[in-house]
Write a protein that binds this ligand. Sequence first.
Ligand SMILES: NC(=O)c1ccc[n+]([C@@H]2O[C@H](COP(=O)([O-])OP(=O)(O)OC[C@H]3O[C@@H](n4cnc5c(N)ncnc54)[C@H](OP(=O)(O)O)[C@@H]3O)[C@@H](O)[C@H]2O)c1
Length: 362
Amino acid sequence: MKKYKVGLIGATGMVGQRFVSLMENHPWFELAAVAASSRSAGKKYEEAISGRWQLREPVPESLKKLTLLSAESDVSAIASSVDFVFSAVDMKKEEIKALEAAYAKAECPVISNNSAHRWTPDVPMVIPEVNPEHAHVIESQRKRLRTKCGFIAVKSNCSIQSYVPALHPLKDRFGLARVLVCTYQAISGAGKTFESWPEMVDNVIPHIGGEEEKSEQEPLKIWGEIIGDEIAPAVSPQVTSQCVRIPVTDGHMAAVFMAFRKKPPIDEIKHLWNSFKGRPQELDLPSAPKQFLHYFEDETRPQTGLDRMLEGGMAVSLGRLRPDTQYDYRFIGLSHNTLRGAAGGAVLLAELLCADGYIQKR
Ligand SMILES: NC(=O)c1ccc[n+]([C@@H]2O[C@H](COP(=O)([O-])OP(=O)(O)OC[C@H]3O[C@@H](n4cnc5c(N)ncnc54)[C@H](OP(=O)(O)O)[C@@H]3O)[C@@H](O)[C@H]2O)c1
């Protein structure tokens, strides 16, 4: 099969590196262009990344000699040489918005990790197992942008991937009314390691800028519906959150409390979790976990160190479901923040959009 040609903007960053490693040997996709800031442009990938590579696996040989382009200055050259781009740049929000729109207008679909366009009403924010139907709004977005192929689709914030997937199969069936969630988030979520953030060793920081708002509001867009040319966010459940940075490398954990209008039996919740299948599983997409939600009966699980890499870091681990005194039930969720929560989630979204015909090979 001829592969889709992929561009990667922000290729040198922490999320960019994850994309690079996920693209190696991907059955559908091959990296054809890599770009970063003007500081890196013109350098070989190997040189630009020297001293900054943070993954255990080595830099892929095929990429070492590729010359980095400028994400901002080389838009048309990149857009015309690939079928779509992944975006994982760290710039000001307005700059990212403009940059991603420039690629879309140059007829290049953009699958973004960034938050800049998450609240643009005709930009779908998709967890592929939860709201794949939101891709339909792409047609409205193309009308607004006056494009034939170009559009922007985004993935949601990494922390909500540890609990929204678990709440999803219960939400409509049992009338999920209220959710309280505390997230315990890894330092890679801030693009950091213990070397670059030594203050995090033996420490907990009770604040992550903007994270609580995202944790409370993004689920409502994910559960929203397309009305006219836009996605109208859901109005319930009410979600309240606290987000805390903890000293682990990768893996965001969530302690979740949930109240229903119609309280389900505990065994039915476990059954719905273990049997849940989304469109990626039905389509058997290359990056889809075989089983999306795994429930552990062992009350010491899920653990970040043991379980974050479940199904290649693409599954969500759940445990400790039990009655609560204030809410109906409480449980623990865990997902890998730079795989399922960032690059892996975006690759799965791109696979879905290719399978459903929104991205085409030139
Ligand atoms: N880390 C996570 O777990 C995570 C999860 C979800 C979403 N995100 C989001 O993903 C994005 C990237 O995060 P990260 O942790 O990978 O950041 P990072 O390690 O700081 O990497 C930033 C990337 O952006 C590039 N860049 C910076 N300024 C640029 C400019 N003016 N023009 C073009 N490229 C520019 C950098 O290129 P140079 O090397 O040339 O400077 C680098 O490739 C951020 O928006 C972040 O919020 C991160």
